[in-house]
Design a protein around this ligand. Structure first.
Ligand code: C5P
Length: 401
């Protein structure tokens, strides 16, 4: 429920603006009050009259509207809310936010607010995938702007792909989470992510190709459900999400130590691609060619298995331990065996044959393996896999969701 919560809803200029009228109703049904703000472009799609009438409040439009300033200044308007929601967030509005522009009422409110901001992007698939938008997304995430969607599917422009605004009820769920009403409120979840680097000498290391994308998406989704997240990450190529405690590590040994230091936790999700081996005879100084033409011999030692170690804890084991399994053949068979061997509760298995394009890609097709058997999920964007998994974790912890 959102009783007594005040939402400042900025409606951007996109065809998805019609869904924002329904969003106003859904938010009000749950007891929130909604103050709508329309950008100039939004007025081409919905009218201030319909937004204001549905909200039962004045709809704000212009920065230099002196009557508005007499009633309520833009600074006050941006701060009176408990949460600022931008839906639809167009490519242009996101660019303005990322660049810190303040040349109209909407962008000025976004600059002036001291409250959390949740955006529901909506745009053509090419615009979403454009490098400029992707740069802006990274900048906004780093500024701890929360995202809901976009969804993937048929678009009003006739194309197909990511860019469709999240459905109003999904936006409502994200609003509830952003306001701290999520089902994982008060729960602590540890997430490991990224590759590990195992040193050969001070300048060289052994690594793997994990980007950290799935672990990062998962940490974000858990955070959005209200969890307190400790995010233990190796040197990943995607930035960690905002609003979580980030612990940066390099090696598997450091990752194990960081996980143990972060316990107790209600759940632990091991999405990191941990190196199985470390170099036993790593050199303290840079190894040099000695002119003999003989290559140095590297001696390997097995790394601790973090997932197995935590799963086997007699005291203080998290109630739910989740591992990942990247397989190239007999995915369910190998992953089920891994679940038994490691002693974890769930294994999230995926097929990483190069032909699937999953490794390093934006999509994932997973099978969730638990004591109840194997459940195959459709191929989905990694963000959506993360959201579904986070919801299942909330369910398993008896936290609703
Ligand atoms: O055995 P494999 O590496 O395929 O197992 C993958 C799962 O185990 C992942 O959840 C990974 O994070 C975890 N793991 C770990 N510590 C290791 C190796 C794997 O936590 N040393």
């Amino acid at each position: 429920m959102l009783s007594g919560k005040r939402i400042l809803l900025i409606i951007g200029g996109g065809i998805a603006a019609y869904k924002s009228l329904d969003l106003i109703r859904r938010l009000k049904e749950r007891g929130a009050s909604v103050t709508p703000v329309l950008t100039k472009a939004a007025e081409e799609f919905v009218t201030p009259l319909s937004a204001g009438a549905l909200a039962g409040e004045k709809c704000y439009r212009h920065l230099f509207d002196l009557t508005d300033e007499a009633e309520m200044g833009h600074i006050q308007l941006s701060r009176a809310a408990d949460l600022v929601v931008v839906a639809p967030a167009t490519a242009d509005l996101m660019a303005k936010m990322a660049g810190g522009h303040a040349d109209d009422l909407a962008s000025t409110l976004l600059m002036a607010t001291d409250k959390r901001v949740l955006i529901a992007p909506a745009m053509n698939v090419r615009m979403w995938l454009h490098r400029a938008t992707q740069r802006n997304i990274a900048a906004l995430r780093a500024d701890d702007i929360r995202f809901v969607g976009p969804d993937e599917g048929d678009m009003a422009c006739g194309e197909y792909g990511p860019g469709r605004m999240a459905e109003p009820l999904d936006i409502v769920a994200a609003v509830e989470a952003a306001l701290g009403d999520g089902p994982l409120q008060g729960r602590h979840v540890i997430v490991t992510s990224g590759p590990t680097h195992e040193p050969i000498d001070p300048v060289r290391y052994i690594a793997n190709r994990s980007s950290g994308a799935q672990g990062t998406a998962l940490a974000r989704a858990l955070r959005d459900l209200g969890a307190t997240v400790t995010f233990v990450t190796g040197p990943a190529s995607v930035p960690p999400p905002g609003g979580v405690s980030v612990v940066r590590v390099e090696t598997a040994a450091e990752m194990l130590q960081a996980v143990q230091a972060a316990l107790p936790a209600d759940a632990a999700v091991f999405a990191a691609a941990v190196a199985d081996w470390r170099v036993k005879n790593a050199s303290g100084s840079k190894m040099k060619k000695d002119g003999s033409g003989k290559a140095p011999a590297l001696d390997f030692a097995e790394n601790p298995d973090i997932l197995a170690t935590v799963s086997a804890m007699k005291k203080g084991r998290p109630a739910l331990v989740v591992g990942f399994a990247a397989e190239t053949d007999d995915v369910i068979g190998h992953a089920s065996a891994k679940r038994a061997r490691k002693g974890c509760d769930w294994i999230v298995a995926n097929d990483v044959r190069p032909a699937t394009g999953i490794m390093g890609g934006t999509e994932n097709a997973v099978t969730l393996i638990s004591a109840d058997g194997a459940e195959e999920w459709p191929r989905l964007p990694k963000d959506e896999v993360a959201r579904r998994l986070a919801a299942r974790i909330a369910g398993a912890l008896g936290a609703g969701g």
